[in-house]
Design a protein around this ligand. Structure first.
Ligand code: CTP
Length: 449
């Protein structure tokens, strides 16, 4: 009996897939089809697959061509499968020509001609119109967005806005897109969605105007500096059927979700203390160190450190205390937020002028989770127990600088295929803005706002 094996994602199952399976089947007597898991696709950078793994398996099954369907979930698995199933022929489409020649030592490798003019990618872009995106702000963060954009399909940045035309012009030259410096509404007319990466104090106004104009908004944190404004933005977005997403990158990283779910799973017992710390020494001349009103550690990093706390304890804190060490311009070089919940306690620490260990420690009645810097990108974490020899290490997947996960979720929600609204909830954002309000009240005491 000649055994044939082939692999694929088989998203939005199409004629190209059927033809490949038909020909693969004819190569032998028994066809094994490997279907990728979401996790594996994500790990190899395919972050926009629409059908679930079960749906994709079902579509392959319905063709009646596969004698056996298996799941592909890790790199190197093809070698294992070929040996395990005693495969004679490995086959895939000609778009992969050469890639799998290394399997020649184990079995025969055949590249079947790819069916022209059809692909999952094409169907995805036909099904959903490309989201025309504009960026507010043309600084460091906007540049990072441009670099990550190419890894997210369904999105195309067409213009940028910056009232300071010099910076806008530089951005236009660098990325070849149109830039606006005077009329925000003209800029909004050109786009379906906006990414707001301007200075902190301007987020709310830009977001509000964009939502009122019916645009979807992905806004860097903080989306607003007080509870009222944050709640108002969400209400407006609901009314306008617009997506409003806050850009706390960590929330969308697969590894962070895994870490949170590990903590929730009971593995470390009852969670009693959380310590989250994020410090990055900022240049003395940077906005973070010079803008007495909207610079400083809290506005820069507090949301990241509050995120795991709200994810694990919920947002109903009983008490909050904020202490800061202030620097030259009166802004906070280092801030410690202490929170008390029914279940336990938490500390969030952030710094732009004090350096300390940037770690996340979640302590429970059986053990603790330790994620070292940069835990906010969550590439690795450990569980440790009383017995020092017992350590479990997790190394979740993480691609690029992480922004692509947040962008992918934004596009998915716009296309109403986002199933991940739990990643960062309205309640969590509103609770963060409440704490921001407390902090800002203290800061603005005695100052004319
Ligand atoms: N395939 C094919 N002809 C096509 C599309 C795909 O023969 N027009 C083959 C691929 O070469 C592969 C298998 O079908 O062997 C599964 O491909 P998959 O990557 O799932 O489909 P694509 O349409 O190529 O997906 P994408 O656009 O996301 O890359």
């Amino acid at each position: 009996m000649v055994k044939v094996i082939t692999y694929g994602t088989f998203d939005l199952f199409h004629q190209g897939h059927v033809r490949l399976l038909e020909r693969a089947k004819r190569l032998g007597d028994y066809l094994i089809v490997g279907v990728t898991t979401e996790h594996f696709d994500e790990a190899r950078g395919k972050v926009n697959v629409i059908d679930s793994c079960l749906e994709r398996i079902e579509n392959v099954r319905k063709t009646g061509l596969a004698d056996e369907i298996i799941i592909e979930d890790h790199a190197g698995q093809k070698i294992e499968d070929i040996q395990k199933y005693k495969v004679d022929i490995f086959t895939v489409g000609s778009d992969w020509t050469g890639t799998f020649d290394y399997l020649n030592t184990l079995c025969k490798v055949i590249y079947l001609e790819r069916t022209p003019d059809i692909s999952s990618t094409m169907l995805r872009s036909n099904q959903f119109k490309i989201v025309k995106m504009g960026i507010v702000g043309t600084g460091r963060i906007a540049a990072r967005f441009m670099a990550e954009e190419k890894f997210v399909s369904g999105i195309n940045t067409v213009c940028a806005f910056n009232p300071e035309s010099d910076s806008g012009n530089l951005f236009r030259k660098r990325y070849g897109i149109n830039t606006y410096s005077e009329s925000y509404s003209r800029f909004l007319n050109e786009i379906d969605a906006v990414y707001i990466a301007s200075p902190n104090e301007t987020h709310y106004e830009y977001a509000r105007k964009a939502i009122i104009a019916g645009k979807h908004v992905l806004c860097e944190n903080p989306v607003a500096l007080n509870r009222h404004d944050a709640a108002e933005l969400f209400e407006l977005a609901e009314k306008q059927d617009a997506v409003l997403l806050e850009g706390i990158k960590t929330a969308y990283c697969p590894g962070f979700q895994q870490l949170i779910n590990t903590a929730r799973s009971g593995q470390i017992g009852e969670i009693r203390d959380i310590e989250a710390c994020f410090t990055r020494l900022a240049d003395l001349h940077s906005r973070e160190r010079t803008d007495a009103d909207y610079g400083g550690a809290f506005l820069e990093y507090a949301a990241y450190t509050l995120l795991p706390i709200f994810k694990l304890y919920g947002t109903n804190y009983k008490d909050v205390r904020i202490h800061s060490i202030k620097g030259e311009a009166g802004l906070d070089l280092y801030t410690k937020i202490e929170l008390l919940f029914d279940q336990g306690m938490a500390t969030a620490k952030c710094g732009v002028g004090v350096k300390t260990e940037g770690q996340l420690v979640i302590s429970g009645s059986n053990g603790y989770i330790l994620a070292e810097s940069p835990w906010w990108l969550t590439k690795k974490y450990k569980i440790r127990y009383e017995d020092p020899n017992r350590v479990e290490v997790f190394e979740p997947t993480f691609q690029g600088d992480g922004l692509r996960y947040e962008m992918g979720e934004f596009v998915a929600q716009i296309n109403k295929i986002g199933k991940n609204q739990y990643l960062l909830t309205k309640n969590e954002i509103i609770a963060m803005s409440e704490i921001t309000e407390l902090f800002m009240k203290e800061r603005m005491k005695g100052k004319a706002i």
